[in-house]
Design a protein around this ligand. Structure first.
Ligand code: FEO
Length: 170
């Protein structure tokens, strides 16, 4: 594994762990607002991000690289509404998509076909992640401050199933 790819993948591992930490912070906010379904949805998202991080952990090791863990940035802790949380989530996922795209560009530049193949899972995953959070954001925009509709969205989001266990393989 060339060192440029190794260090970029370690940075992405850190970014995935930050995503997990950010969503855990959002879960804490929802708990504080007694929005248990949204808190549960965010807990599932935390597991999903941990799974993403572990994919990078596995791949770096499989390719003979060295995983080095750095500091995880402090996440935001307060929001003014569920809509603001999901607006932030949309922005965050768009940022992650651009990070993944940059990694693909690097893998192509370095002619690392294995890394490029591995990253294609994330390219597809980001399409799904962005679509899912945009749909929730749009629903929240529609309901505005209607408490009954908010209750129903909270119930719906609480049904999110547990994501698959982490694997080293994409
Ligand atoms: Fe790991 Fe939400 O992207």
């Amino acid at each position: 594994m060339v060192s440029k790819i190794e260090s970029a993948f370690n940075e992405q591992l850190n970014a995935e762990l930050f995503s997990s930490y950010l969503y855990l912070s959002m879960a804490a906010y929802f708990e504080s607002q007694n929005l248990k379904g949204m808190a549960q949805w965010m807990r599932m998202q935390v597991q999903e991000e941990n799974m993403h991080a572990m994919k990078f952990f596995g791949f770096i090791n499989e390719r003979g690289g060295r995983v080095t863990l750095g500091k995880i940035k402090e996440p935001k802790t307060e929001w003014s509404s569920p809509l603001e949380v999901f607006e932030d989530t949309c922005q965050h996922e768009a940022k992650v998509t651009s990070l993944v795209n940059d990694l693909v560009d690097l893998a192509i530049k370095e002619k690392d076909h294995a890394a490029n193949g591995f990253l294609q899972w994330f390219v597809t995953e980001q399409v799904e992640e962005e679509a899912t959070v945009q749909e929730i954001r749009d629903k929240l925009k529609l309901v505005s401050d209607n408490p009954v509709a908010m209750f129903m969205i909270d119930q719906e989001l609480g049904q999110r199933p547990v994501p698959p266990a982490p694997t080293a393989q994409a």
